[in-house]
Design a protein around this ligand. Structure first.
Ligand code: THU
Length: 151
């Protein structure tokens, strides 16, 4: 079977069913942690980092960027996704998302971010710390059942 540089099958239908390697998981975690350090979170004091893996193997990261007008805050997940779209255009497909925070507490993507992840990753897997404190992974449709789509 032909594999790409991440060790994933090149055939797109096989790629989706293949679990991420430990090495790719580690890369996502490292990338999310680095981005977390760049967060602008003076109001909540809760720094968040996210890394997204695209189906072509590229990784983008983002942090939360807060504002004195609180509602203008952008979450880490959306920062990462918008950054990927700004660089590559809207035809990206998200394969996985990893989210971390500097309090080491459970933190899954908020509702708004779930909808944005779904837009670009209807088959994405999300890695985060679950409510029981353990690492957890969930398909985006588990986090956002019947997500909204146009077309
Ligand atoms: N936040 C994220 O960046 N991602 C999440 O998944 C949850 C919440 C941010 C938004 C705000 O800056 C801070 O965490 C506290 O809510």
């Amino acid at each position: 079977m032909a594999l790409d540089f991440l060790g994933m099958p090149k055939n797109s239908s096989l790629r989706r069913k293949t679990a991420l390697t430990a090495d790719v998981r580690r890369k996502l975690l490292t990338s999310a942690r680095q981005a977390m350090k760049r967060a602008h979170a003076p109001y909540s004091k809760f720094r968040v980092g996210a890394a997204i893996l695209l189906t072509d193997g590229k990784i983008f990261s983002g942090c939360n960027v807060e504002n004195a007008s609180y509602g203008m805050t952008n979450c880490a997940e959306r920062t990462a996704i918008f950054s990927a779209v700004a660089k590559l255009g809207p035809k990206i497909e998200i394969r996985a998302v990893t989210v971390v925070n500097d309090h080491g507490v459970p933190c899954s993507p908020c509702g708004a971010c779930r909808q944005v992840i779904y837009e670009f990753g209807p088959d994405a897997t999300i890695f985060f710390q679950g409510v029981d404190g353990n690492p957890k992974q969930a398909h985006i449709t588990e986090l956002l059942p019947e997500g909204f789509r146009l077309q």
